[in-house]
Design a protein. Structure first.
Length: 695
């Protein structure tokens, strides 16, 4: 087994078509993990294993592979780039030691790039930026760098620079940073080994004197001034270095390299590499940069790990992919997942070797593995100390819902079971199975996800399904301050009295719950039961949508010494909450997207007119290289099909990228409701009988 200090879990992130899968493929090939290069266009890449991925040339699932580079094990996670599969990206973020964010030099920073960047910064994951596709027509390293500094962060530093021939073609690149001689001891703390010995300003790493003399003057200037530029950049967040910089004391090559490593690992600085993955240019340098700037995480003191992926295999059964932060897991260990009552015995542990899973027997801190024998494991479950597991930001929010239409009535049960299995792998599908109505409903991020879901159901389960028209997922919020009351006193034995105050909250605040009830009136154990049930009670409001952005306060409650049973408060809580909502009313909230549209200038008038029609809010547009660019927010309900419409009237030259921004008040008069599942708590008599299994 690899020493935990030599294992790195690196996520590959990018907007769709930036070259993420191609880069991963070349990294695996250059390291010797695969023998032949695959192609996205030909559908032969190693990490695109699903039929739909090969057919469409896009990644749908986050795929893991491992490689060994200069004595270090690197677990690569190739994540989807399309916004419809953001949930896969979200689940991968929590297990990463470092990230490579790929940006196309032709398209620059796009909307999805910004979403990914914000998530990486929220978790403070050390990040390398890789500018790809420098050989493309219209590609510009300098323009992309300006995009990055303007839209992502000014704390970026190119540590490579492309070299062009006289006719402008990109042919080579050179490292501006000092590549350490002893890669295996990069982060050992030994400064001599860490920095690879001495060097001088005239002896540039990765660049011989003969090479330097043949390069354009602009590159020689960049090389000569790199230490000064690096010092100036790092002085912005390093006070000691700032004082030295003011006095003209510029660190030498060795110290510059040490500072770059330290500040990148701390998330203060983001080195920029570049290349052309399609031609294999820059891949080895990128692997070196990963080892240099993205250190392995130090092991936690106690057992701690998280389930970040669940798969079902025909031969092995259910596999729970676990990232371990501390401790060890071994075959035949008895474990209990956080929040689960039952213990389970690990039957087998398989780790990645290239693209294959091989028996390992154990997993140590810093590594990931497929663990078998945990039948109830779900994504997000934690093993060991939960406080040692990083929190993952919630980026993926399903905005659409659709009814599933099996090919025949006979396929209804099989389709429901297949979708339940897929929901285990992607909880955000949130399958709603309504046996009484014989209906199935799923949630999704976008229309492409529906097409992919249909393809997976056909190829994996042999089921031909269609979907009803997707509809936007609205939410509800209280229209005003109101009170909800319930006295659940019959049929005896029962006794539960609850009074709630329900107030509107700020947008995006979710649910805030508090209790002012006295322990003498309602026991703390019963109050805890109420607190647990309030979120469940808010899953369906007056219009059938989830109720959010509100403050719920338990102002008074009462139990009975003889007649009260804890189940009484489980039953009473939804009745009290719905009573309050019915008294004060609710209003609808609609999802809003943040968009960026880029089209040829001649279509500017049409786009402006369309945006006004769609109730969009936008900033002043700009003209960039002959293209009209505009950004802002737009309701999802009015813009669901606009991306395809834009491509159609612009002859394929228009592009719209969008990401979830939040929920806002829907316009007055908006009508949107959905059927309630289960018995409505407002029908108290029927609801009580159902809850007590008396119907």
């Amino acid at each position: 087994m690899n020493d935990s200090q030599s294992v790195r879990n690196i996520g590959i992130f990018a907007h769709i078509d930036a070259g993420k899968t191609t880069t991963t493929e070349h990294m695996l090939y250059r390291s010797g993990s695969i023998r032949a290069l695959g192609s996205v266009d030909a559908g032969t890449t190693s990490t695109d294993s699903l039929d739909v991925e090969r057919e469409r040339g896009i990644s749908v699932k986050a795929t893991s592979a491992s490689l060994t580079w200069k004595g270090h094990k690197i677990n690569l996670v190739d994540t989807p780039g399309h916004a419809d599969f953001l949930a896969e990206v979200e689940r991968s973020l929590g297990v990463m030691d470092g990230a490579v964010l790929i940006i196309s030099a032709a398209e620059g920073v796009q909307a999805q790039t910004e979403v990914l960047w914000q998530a990486l910064r929220l978790m403070n994951i050390p990040t390398l930026i890789y500018i790809n596709k420098l050989d493309r027509i219209g590609a510009s390293f300098e323009r992309t760098l300006e995009d990055i500094e303007r839209l992502l962060s000014s704390a970026v530093l190119p540590v490579q620079h492309p070299v062009y021939t006289e006719d402008g073609l990109f042919t080579d690149l050179h490292e501006l940073w000092q590549k350490p001689a002893d890669t295996a001891s990069l982060h050992s703390g030994d400064s001599e080994k860490e920095l690879g010995g001495t060097s001088s300003a005239s002896s540039a790493p990765g660049l011989s004197s003969s090479d330097a003399s043949s390069l354009p003057f602009s590159f020689e200037a960049k090389k000569r001034n790199f230490r000064s530029a690096a010092a100036e950049k790092m002085a912005e967040f390093d006070e000691e270095l700032l004082l030295r910089y003011i006095e003209g004391d510029i660190p030498d090559d060795r110290e510059t390299n040490q500072l770059l490593i330290r500040h990148t690992a701390a998330g203060h600085l983001y080195p920029i590499c570049c290349g052309c993955s399609q031609k294999g240019l820059g891949i080895e340098e990128l692997l070196d940069a990963v080892l240099t700037f993205l250190p392995a995480a130090p092991p936690k003191p106690d057992l701690a790990g998280i389930v970040f992926k669940v798969e079902r295999e025909r031969s092995m059964g259910r596999a729970a992919w676990i990232r371990l932060y501390g401790g060890f897991l071994r075959n035949r260990d008895i474990v209990r997942l956080d929040g689960h009552e039952n213990e389970s015995k690990i039957t087998q542990i398989r780790m990645l070797d290239g693209l294959k899973k091989v028996d390992a027997g154990e997993i140590g801190p810093g590594d990931i593995a497929a663990v078998y024998g945990l039948p109830d494991a779900a994504i997000g479950d934690i093993i060991g100390d939960a406080s040692l597991v990083p929190k993952t930001p919630e980026m993926a929010v399903p905005l659409l819902t659709a009814r599933v239409l099996p090919e025949s009535e006979a396929d209804y049960t099989r389709t429901a079971e297949a979708l339940q299995e897929l929901t285990d792998e992607d909880p955000l599908l949130d399958l709603a199975w309504l046996p009484e109505q014989r209906e199935l409903h799923v949630r999704m991020m976008g229309a492409i996800q529906l097409e992919v879901l249909a393809s997976i159901l056909q190829s994996r389960f042999g089921l031909n399904v269609e979907f009803g028209p997707p509809s936007v997922i609205y939410k509800e919020t209280p229209a005003q301050v109101c009170e909800g009351r319930v006295a659940y006193l019959a049929p005896k034995p029962c006794w539960a009295i609850l009074h709630f105050k329900i107030e509107p909250g700020e947008r995006g605040s979710g649910l805030v719950y508090r209790s002012l009830a006295r322990a003498d009136d309602i026991l703390p154990a019963y109050q805890n039961e109420v607190e647990r049930r309030v979120p469940e009670a808010l899953k369906q409001g007056l219009y059938g949508w989830e109720v959010t952005d509100l403050v719920v306060t338990l102002t008074y409650g009462q139990h009975h010494v003889w007649h009260t049973h804890p189940l009484d408060f489980v039953i009473a809580t939804p009745m009290g909450i719905m009573n309050g909502l019915a008294t004060g009313g609710t209003k609808l909230l609609e999802p809003v997207l943040r968009f960026r549209i880029s089209v040829p200038e001649e279509h500017a008038g049409r786009v402006m007119s369309d945006l006004s029609r769609m109730r969009a809010e936008f900033s002043s547009p700009s003209i960039e290289s002959g293209r009209f660019v505009i950004q802002g927010t737009v309701p999802a309900a009015t813009s669901m099909d606009y991306s395809a419409e834009l491509r159609s009237f612009s002859g394929g030259k228009g592009m719209m990228t969008a990401s979830f921004e939040g929920y806002q008040d829907a316009p007055e008069g908006t009508e949107a409701s959905r059927p309630r599942t289960g018995i409505n708590p407002l029908d108290e008599a029927k609801y009580i009988l159902s809850a007590r299994s008396a119907l």
